[in-house]
Design a protein around this ligand. Structure first.
Ligand SMILES: [Fe+2]
Length: 278
């Protein structure tokens, strides 16, 4: 079985050949060197804004009224993403090509969509602790704010950065092939972050603020955390993409895209792309 980096390389070879574009080493290398990126998709397309706004209203209604929602006391989660398929299609049709052209330089499909609300938790647990997701690096999540995140009170996404100001990748214990095991401490890295921050070497953190529609893409192993809500609420849609050799007929589809109802760990074999629902 090949691993994810090797499969990604094959995908880039095929994509550049199919689209008759020459490969750009500096752009390719930036995928790992600069793993967290903010995109201003609202300036690209008004329909992106319209879809986000429509989705935000519907999601807020469901979360406010406990419809199709399961609340574990940490993050109320939506369990019926396909009722929003029209908005999901519009958003994915704008977002995914952008990620293909700017970040990955290969074909992508959507394997996960998570819709949830952060909570005013008193003690940090779960995603409120510094962590990385520990799927292969070639799996990228995009967080789209469905509500305004004006300041620290509104639960900003936060990521750990090196002295150059770029996100930092945790070491994945799942890269595919022979490397596939459970990470130490469930890939929670509070201690490591605290230690590096205290050494005065230029390590710091960045928080993502912005109005509804603010879009941030990150390699799932970029060290990150959610912050608890202090005031108001924060709803998001989180769209996860994976590399694929063959272009998919539709980016997000119930045949190969799932939500919270199944595990977040990707298939160990990268060649089982969108022809298999994990
Ligand atoms: Fe996470």
């Amino acid at each position: 079985m090949i691993d994810y980096p090797e499969y990604y390389e094959r995908c880039k070879v095929k994509y550049s050949a199919d689209n008759k574009i020459s490969r750009d080493a500096s752009k390719e290398e930036a995928f790992y060197r600069d793993p967290v990126r903010q995109y201003d998709l609202s300036s690209i397309s008004e329909s992106y804004n319209t879809a986000v706004k429509s989705l935000a209203q519907k999601v807020k209604y469901d979360l406010d009224n406990d419809i199709d929602v399961k609340d574990d006391g940490i993050m109320p989660k939506h369990y019926n993403i396909w009722k929003f398929s029209s908005e999901i299609d519009t958003i994915c049709n704008i977002l995914v090509p952008k990620l293909e052209e700017d970040m990955f330089l290969c074909n992508l499909y959507v394997d996960k969509i998570y819709i949830y609300r952060t909570s005013p938790v008193e003690e940090r647990t779960s995603s409120y602790i510094w962590h990385y997701d520990n799927n292969p690096n070639e799996v990228v999540k995009t967080l789209i704010y469905l509500s305004d995140v004006k300041d620290d009170r509104n639960s900003p996404y936060e990521y750990f950065v090196n002295p150059e100001g770029s996100g930092i990748l945790g070491k994945s214990t799942r890269t595919g092939g022979s490397v596939w095991y459970v990470p130490a401490n469930n890939s929670r890295v509070n201690k490591e972050v605290d230690s590096l921050m205290s050494q005065d070497k230029g390590y710091s953190t960045k928080k993502v603020f912005g109005p509804q529609g603010t879009t941030c893409s990150f390699v799932n192993n970029a060290v990150h955390r959610a912050n608890p809500v202090i005031e108001g609420y924060r709803d998001v849609i989180n769209i996860r993409v994976k590399t694929t050799l063959e272009p998919v007929e539709k980016f997000a589809d119930p045949r190969w895209t799932s939500g919270f109802e199944t595990s977040g760990v990707v298939d160990r074999n990268p060649e089982n792309a969108w022809n298999k629902l994990v």
